[in-house]
Ligand binder design. Structure first.
Ligand SMILES: CC(C)(COP(=O)(O)OP(=O)(O)OC[C@H]1O[C@@H](n2cnc3c(N)ncnc32)[C@H](O)[C@@H]1OP(=O)(O)O)[C@@H](O)C(=O)NCCC(=O)NCCSC(=O)CCC(=O)c1ccccc1C(=O)O
Length: 261
């Protein structure tokens, strides 16, 4: 599978650049997008000339805005996996990839799009990037990497604030709370990501692989929770409460959850 429809895969020196290419929906992912991301990441893992991977979004507005709500049905996202979208295999592939994966956040990183950058090893954000969780507004939740692992990055209080208030945060705020590693002007984002890849390319690949694996061992319980969450979230997606969330987004109105309190 290299005739991708939803992503682009490019090589630049020792870097592999994977771009989510769905700007018409702010780079939201559907089932095919995630399957293609997994395929591209596996190709980068197998290619000995690749030292590091950069994941970014097409255009200047959005990195990724999570699940594509236009593909969501009353039984969850349209697609072949438990919740429709195989986000669990994506998370596993990033974590098990024996090379650093860098998120280059070029705009909105919202919902599952923020979790996507959270799962990456490193994140560089453009100054205009915007971060946030929106699940409780659109009838979704991402337990595991979206909650506990997020709390490892930003602390328990801040992680709960992200989920319980569903606010948006600037790149400067994201840097201050430990959600990203660095912030650069938008026009310098890819050049900076490629500089980081070049630095990585000069280091011992085996030392990097072992370091990455050792980080992952420590959070395997969270990975297991995320896998379990795919089943539980699947059940939640089938409820009228979840349906109210995504329908409200589509209808461009505020959701009304009063019947479910
Ligand atoms: C990102 C916004 C805040 C930007 O707002 P604004 O600048 O006002 O632009 P808009 O006019 O809203 O958007 C422009 C255009 O893009 C479309 N769009 C944006 N986001 C999406 C989306 N996610 N899906 C579909 N379409 C989208 C929007 O409709 C507009 O199109 P027009 O044709 O021009 O009308 C704002 O757009 C926003 O809040 N977006 C929604 C973000 C959102 O709710 N995302 C889903 C969150 S839930 C989630 O991601 C869970 C998915 C997931 O991770 C998962 C999936 C499956 C199994 C497990 C999991 C798991 O959670 O682990």
């Amino acid at each position: 599978m290299s005739d991708y429809t939803d992503i682009r895969y490019e090589r630049r020196d020792a870097a592999a650049i994977v771009t989510i290419d769905r700007p018409e929906v702010m780079n939201a992912f559907r089932a095919e997008t995630v399957d293609e991301l997994v395929h591209a990441l596996r190709a980068a893992a197998a290619d000995r000339t690749v030292a590091a991977v950069v994941i970014t979004g097409a255009g200047e507005k959005a990195f990724c805005t999570g699940g594509d709500l236009s593909t969501k049905t009353d039984a969850g996202y349209a697609g072949p996996h438990a919740t429709g979208i195989d986000i669990d295999t994506f998370n596993y592939t990033v974590r098990s990839l024996p090379k650093p994966v860098i998120a280059a956040v070029n705009g909105y990183a919202i919902g599952g799009g923020n979790v996507l950058q959270v799962v990456c090893d490193l994140t560089i954000a453009a100054e205009h990037a915007v971060f946030g969780q929106v699940g409780p507004r659109v009838g979704s939740v991402d337990p595991g990497f979206g909650t506990s692992y997020l709390a490892r990055l930003v602390g328990e209080k801040k992680a709960r604030e992200l989920w319980f208030l569903c606010r948006r945060y600037s790149a400067a705020e994201a840097l201050a709370m430990g959600l990203v590693n660095a912030v650069v002007p938008g026009e310098e984002l890819m050049a900076e990501a490629l500089r980081w890849c070049a630095e990585i390319a000069a280091l011992s690949p085996t030392a990097l692989r072992l370091a990455k694996q050792s980080f992952a061992v420590d959070t395997e319980m969270i990975a297991a929770m995320s896998r379990f969450a795919v089943s539980t979230v699947d059940l939640f997606y089938r409820t009228a409460e979840a349906e109210e969330g995504y329908r409200a987004f589509r209808d461009r109105r505020a959701p009304d959850f009063t019947d479910y309190r």
